[in-house]
Design a protein around this ligand. Structure first.
Ligand code: ADP
Ligand code: MG
Length: 319
């Protein structure tokens, strides 16, 4: 199969919302008046972000989903994507499954694949995603102010627990394993939430590297500090029922585990009712986990008010 057959067979789908899609030297896209283009790239590298023998359908899902999560955190409507693929070989069955996973997510979120690049090399999957947001209304990391509440969507830690299972650090019973591996392999980007938070949230980030690391980015960009209550963090019952011997692992999964792809956001206290209403409209738990304060850094407190010592704050490729 030639490079061009491969692109035609697996990655050329209709792109009605693009002026020109796959097949020329560049795609042509038209941005509506009054809108800004939000652009973001995320790369998944074999051996770093996934196991080399990972299920290609799930990889296709995750490759696009993690990019959608970035647009969600900007409050942008997903529109287009490009896909840069480096592949060790042209295995038809693999490509079939990978593209099926990719396009399933693309269809669900209204994204059109308008171009890319395909080369032979170590397995590497890189997506550039583009979305639209009304001028001046994008959600940034820099708007948190002292007194704001800190919120997170969904639940934290399941994906990291799933990874710990795959790495053989723990052995999860079947049902828990299914839940955690689904979180790890098939994250649900919070696009609808991101859109709804425009005009409500003062700052937003998606949690890819762990709550503390990503909240830390908000604090740095906003020049503020945070107080977080450990006992208020939304976790699945797996963590609640974990024995003492599991507490250290539970803590690191919830505070510093990566791959949650939930949104962490701040909002003025006056927005509480609005956010709670949003939670029921979207059928997505939104939990208040702490407050923005003045100063520097992030303190995590237990229910009795003690400050918890934090060992690792999150994943850093170069640390
Ligand atoms: P060029 O040589 O000009 O870089 P290519 O031969 O790499 O062009 O690509 C041909 C066309 O196929 C281009 O429109 C490009 O955007 C598209 N394309 C290449 N790889 C992919 C891919 N993995 N997914 C989607 N489109 C792709
Ligand atoms: Mg090319």
């Amino acid at each position: 199969m030639s490079e061009f057959d491969l692109i035609k067979r697996f990655f050329s789908r209709p792109t009605p919302s693009a002026t020109l899609g796959v097949g020329d030297d560049a795609a042509l896209l038209h941005i509506a008046d009054g809108m800004e283009l939000a652009v973001s790239t995320d790369m998944l590298v074999s051996g770093t972000h996934f196991f080399p023998d990972a299920d290609p359908f799930l990889l296709g899902h995750k490759t696009l989903a993690v990019n959608l999560s970035d647009l969600a955190a900007m409050g942008a409507v997903p529109r287009w994507a490009t896909l840069a693929l480096s592949l060790p070989a042209t295995e038809e069955a693999w490509l079939q499954r990978f593209s099926a996973g990719f396009f399933a997510v693309a269809a669900e979120y209204g994204v059109e694949l308008v171009g890319g690049d395909t080369t032979r090399g170590p397995l590497n999957l890189s997506v550039t995603i583009m979305g639209e947001v009304p001028k001046g209304r994008a959600l940034r990391r820099s708007g948190a102010r002292a007194g704001d509440d800190i919120w997170v969507s969904g639940k934290l830690g399941d994906a990291a627990l799933g990874l710990a299972h795959l790495q053989g650090r723990i052995k999860l019973p079947e049902q828990a394993r299914n839940t955690c591996l689904a979180s790890l392999h098939q994250p649900r980007p919070r696009v609808a939430l991101g859109l709804a938070l425009r005009g409500i949230a003062s700052s937003v980030i998606d949690i890819s590297d762990g709550l503390l690391a990503d909240l830390g980015h908000i604090l740095e960009c906003s020049e503020a500090a945070a107080e977080v209550r450990y006992d208020r963090l939304p976790v699945s019952s797996l963590f609640a029922s974990a024995g003492d011997e599991m507490q250290e692992l539970a803590q690191s999964c919830v505070l510093s585990g990566g791959d949650d792809y939930e949104l962490c956001f701040t909002a003025p206290v006056a927005q509480r009712d609005e956010i709670e209403a949003l939670s029921s409209t979207l059928r997505l738990p939104l939990t208040r986990i702490g407050k923005i304060v003045s100063g520097q850094g992030c303190k995590v407190r237990t229910a009795d008010g003690n400050v918890m010592p934090i060992k690792d704050t999150g994943y850093d490729h170069f640390a």
